[in-house]
Design a binder for this molecule. Structure first.
Ligand code: CS2
Length: 491
C-alpha cells in the first residue's frame, strides 16, 4: 500500500504534477454544489481551482452528495484532494485539485447542508444532479408533482431529499435571515437549464408557500449554462494507474479529455468568480450554445451508445472504429445542423469534425452502457426536439429516427445474443409495463410512444414519425445493429 493522497503528502508528488498553489486554511466556501459526481470534479471544480490558484480565495466549493456517501468516503481521508488526468492519444497530464472545502451527504445531515446554503459567504449554488435529479417531466419540463421525492419534500420541507427541496428550503432560510439571495446554476445537459430549474423551483415553492415563490421569482437568479467535457466513470485500473504515476493512493481520481467548454449566462445576483479568467465564456443568451451541444454532441452520443452497445462495442472509441458509425454520426449532425439558431462567428462544420475526433479519443474508454443510461430523460432534448424541428420544415430525419429506434431496441432489455441488458432508467418500470404483451414491431413502437412524458402528444400521432421509427426498429431486429449501421457506408 502506498501513502494516501493528502495535504501532508503533496510534497512527495513528482514535480511535473500540478497542485494547489494556495493554503487550504485560506479557502472560504462561496459555492455549494449539489451532486459531486465525476463530471463536476472534472469541470466546474477545475475552472474554480484556477481562480483559487490566482489568489481569490472566496470561492471554495462545499460539495453535497444527494444519494450515496461514496464520494465523501473516498475524498474525506484525502483532505478533499483528488487527481484529474487529462488524456488523449498524445499522452496524459495530471493535476491535483483542492477546491473542495468539504463534502456532506444529504441523508446524513440535511440540516447542516441547508445551514451551509444559508450562510452569508455562499453566493452561488451549482448543480450537476443529472436530468432525472430535476424531478420534472422530460417532455414538458414541468415539475413532476407526483414524484416520490417531491411528495416527500412537500411533506418534510425542513429535511428534504431532492435538489429542488434543498434549494427552496435554503432560499426560504436566506429570506428569513435577510441575507442576500444566491444564484442557482444548473450545470446539467437540459435545454434552457436555467429556465428549467427556475420553473421547477418556483412551482415547488408555490406548492409550499406562494409568498416564498414570489420572493424566489424576484430575488434568485438562474443563469443558464452550456457545459461540455467528456468524463467517463473511473475504474479500478484507473486507480492503479494513478498510483503508479504519482506514488500516492487516490481512491477517486477523475479521467477526462483535453477539451472543456463552459458557456454561462452572466446574470449572478450576488457576485461570482472571475471564471472568464479560467476560460469560461460569458454571454447574454446561452440557448444557441445549449442547442448546438445537446443536438450535435449528445444526440450523436446517445445514438452511438445504443447502436454501439447493441453491436457489441463496449466503448465509444471502439464503436467509432467500426464500419459505418462515423458516417452515420456525420449524417446525423447534418440533419441537426439546420435546426440550430445562428451562432455568428462560429463554424459548425469545424465543431462537428472536432466532435468526431473527441469520440475517437482512444485514451478515454467511455462505456456505451454509461451513456445509454437514463434514455427516457435524455432523448427528448437530444433527438426528439431536433426531429420536431425537422418535421416543422418538411425535412427528413432518418438518422435521428434510427437513434430513437435504437433506444427502443435497447430498452427491450435483451441484446442480440439473447443476453440480459442492464437497462438503467428512472422510468424502467413504466417502460417494462408498456412493453408487456407487445409482440410485433408496430406494437412495441406504439407501446413506447405512449410514454407521453417522453414523446409528448404530437409525435405518437405523427404517421411519418411512427413509420420511420418502426422501419428502423424492424431493420435493427432483422439485421442487427452492426449491419444496420454499416448500411450507412453504402449511403
Ligand atoms: C453523455 C454526456 O453520458 C452521457 O449521456 O452524452 O455525459 C457527455 O459525455 C457530456 O455531456 C459531454 O459534455
Amino acid at each position: 500500500m502506498s501513502l494516501r493522497l493528502s495535504q501532508a503528502a503533496l510534497s512527495r508528488l513528482p514535480e511535473a504534477i500540478s497542485r494547489p498553489a494556495y493554503r487550504p486554511d485560506d479557502l472560504q466556501t462561496g459555492i455549494v454544489h449539489l451532486g459531486v459526481g465525476a463530471f463536476h470534479r472534472a469541470h466546474q471544480a477545475v475552472y474554480t481551482e484556477s481562480i483559487l490558484n490566482s489568489g481569490d480565495m472566496r470561492w471554495g466549493i462545499l460539495g453535497v452528495s444527494l444519494r450515496s456517501p461514496a464520494t465523501r468516503n473516498a475524498l474525506a481521508p484525502q483532505d478533499g484532494l483528488y487527481t484529474v488526468a487529462v488524456r488523449d492519444a498524445s499522452g496524459e497530464t495530471l493535476q491535483i485539485v483542492g477546491s473542495s472545502t468539504g463534502l456532506l451527504v444529504a441523508q446524513e445531515l440535511p440540516e447542516a447542508i441547508i445551514a451551509a446554503m444559508a450562510t452569508p459567504d455562499v453566493r452561488i449554488v451549482t448543480l450537476t444532479v443529472t436530468e432525472k435529479g430535476y424531478c420534472y417531466l422530460p417532455a414538458t419540463g414541468a415539475l413532476d408533482e407526483q414524484h416520490p421525492d417531491i411528495l416527500h419534500d412537500l411533506a418534510n420541507p425542513h429535511a428534504p431529499v431532492s435538489a429542488i427541496g434543498f434549494l427552496v428550503e435554503a432560499a426560504s432560510r436566506r429570506r428569513a435571515a435577510n441575507l442576500p439571495p444566491f444564484s442557482v446554476v444548473s450545470c446539467d445537459n437540459l435545454p434552457s437549464n436555467g429556465k428549467t430549474v427556475a420553473s421547477v423551483v418556483r412551482r415547488f415553492a408555490e406548492l409550499r408557500d406562494p409568498e416564498l415563490a414570489a420572493y424566489i421569482a424576484e430575488s434568485v437568479s438562474f443563469p443558464s449554462t452550456m457545459v461540455d467535457r467528456i468524463v467517463p466513470a473511473t475504474t479500478d485500473a484507473d486507480r492503479q494507474h494513478i498510483q503508479a504515476q504519482t506514488g500516492l493512493t487516490d481512491e477517486w481520481p477523475i479521467f477526462t479529455e483535453p477539451f472543456s467548454q463552459w458557456v454561462v449566462e452572466d446574470s449572478f445576483v450576488s457576485g461570482r468568480p472571475a471564471w472568464e479568467n479560467a476560460g469560461v465564456t460569458f454571454v447574454s443568451d446561452v440557448e444557441p450554445f445549449e442547442l448546438m451541444k445537446l443536438r450535435l454532441l449528445n444526440g450523436s452520443h446517445s445514438t452511438l451508445a445504443y447502436l454501439g452497445y447493441l453491436a457489441g462495442h463496449e466503448t465509444v472509441d471502439a464503436a467509432m472504429a467500426a464500419p459505418g458509425f462515423e458516417p452515420l454520426l456525420a449524417s446525423l449532425m447534418r440533419e441537426a445542423m439546420p435546426t440550430l439558431p445562428p451562432l455568428p462567428g462560429f463554424d459548425l462544420a469545424v465543431y462537428c469534425d472536432q466532435l468526431l475526433e473527441r469520440f475517437r479519443n482512444p485514451a478515454l474508454k467511455h462505456r456505451t452502457w454509461q451513456i445509454a443510461m437514463d434514455g427516457s430523460q435524455k432523448i427528448p432534448q437530444r433527438l426528439l426536439g431536433t426531429i420536431r424541428a425537422r418535421i416543422a420544415h418538411g425535412q427528413g430525419y432518418t438518422c435521428l429516427a434510427l437513434g430513437v429506434a435504437a433506444w427502443m431496441r435497447y430498452v427491450s432489455g435483451v441484446d442480440e445474443a439473447g443476453d440480459f441488458i442492464d437497462v438503467r432508467d428512472p422510468m424502467l418500470n413504466e417502460i417494462r409495463g408498456r412493453l408487456q404483451g407487445a409482440g410485433s414491431t408496430d406494437d412495441i413502437v406504439a407501446a413506447l410512444l405512449s410514454l407521453d412524458a417522453v414523446f409528448g402528444t404530437d409525435l405518437p400521432v405523427n404517421a411519418g414519425f411512427v413509420s420511420a421509427v418502426s422501419q428502423h426498429l424492424e431493420q435493427l431486429q432483422a439485421d442487427g445493429a452492426a449491419a444496420t449501421v454499416e448500411s450507412f457506408l453504402r449511403g
